[in-house]
Design a protein around this ligand. Structure first.
Ligand SMILES: Cc1cc2nc3c(=O)[nH]c(=O)nc-3n(C[C@H](O)[C@H](O)[C@H](O)COP(=O)(O)O)c2cc1C
Length: 173
């Protein structure tokens, strides 16, 4: 698919067919995410692949009961190991760059899924501590996004965007 088509077609998908996603497909997606930039090329991004029904249910509950997460055949949790950001950038690395690095990788996952005809949703509303507990994350590893992935079982409507000319500013706000 043309890049611009991939971007235009991407929607958050929250209903998934009951069809498995093989590991080589997940690897294709993560190879794309692996191209993500990171501040200072410190590469804090870590990807946790979750397939077990029990772990998916626990993640869905930790995400304020967004149970569609548990419906997906596979869930990727994008994390940032803030230790990598901190050693060079201190507080800004921990509180700011780590989130952006994880978000950039997440966006690439979403676009890679669209390119492969798969659906995915970035879920950012979750209880950090609960997600960390479920995944047994080291204290310094911050979960950035929970991304359920599967064959789409819905065609989400295209949402309007604020007019471009309303959000572009020249020289000053
Ligand atoms: C930082 C962030 C957090 C989000 N958290 C959630 C979430 O917890 N649950 C959810 O269903 N969608 C979540 N979304 C998806 C947005 O609701 C979605 O991107 C928006 O409604 C626009 O829809 P579209 O991406 O399909 O165009 C999140 C998106 C972002 C960027």
């Amino acid at each position: 698919m043309e890049f611009i088509q991939v971007v235009a077609r991407r929607r958050m998908v929250r209903e998934f067919a009951d069809e498995p996603i093989p590991n080589d497909v997940v690897m294709k997606i993560l190879e794309v995410a692996h191209r993500s930039p990171s501040a200072g090329h410190l590469q804090p991004q870590e990807f946790i692949i979750v397939r077990s029904a029990e772990q998916k249910r626990k993640l869905a509950r930790a995400a304020l009961n967004q149970m569609f997460i548990a419906q997906a055949p596979v869930v990727v949790v994008v994390c940032s190991d803030t230790r990598r950001n901190v050693w060079r950038y201190g507080k800004r690395g921990r509180d700011f760059y780590s989130i952006i690095d994880g978000a950039f990788a997440s966006m690439l996952i979403l676009l890679a899924c669209t390119n492969l005809g798969l659906g995915a949703c970035f879920v950012g509303a979750f209880d950090d501590e609960e997600v960390s507990r479920v995944l047994n994350l080291p204290r310094e590893v911050r979960p950035i996004g929970i991304i359920p992935i599967g064959k789409p079982a819905e065609k989400p409507e295209k949402l309007g965007r604020r007019p471009l000319k309303e959000i572009i500013h020249y020289e000053q706000w």
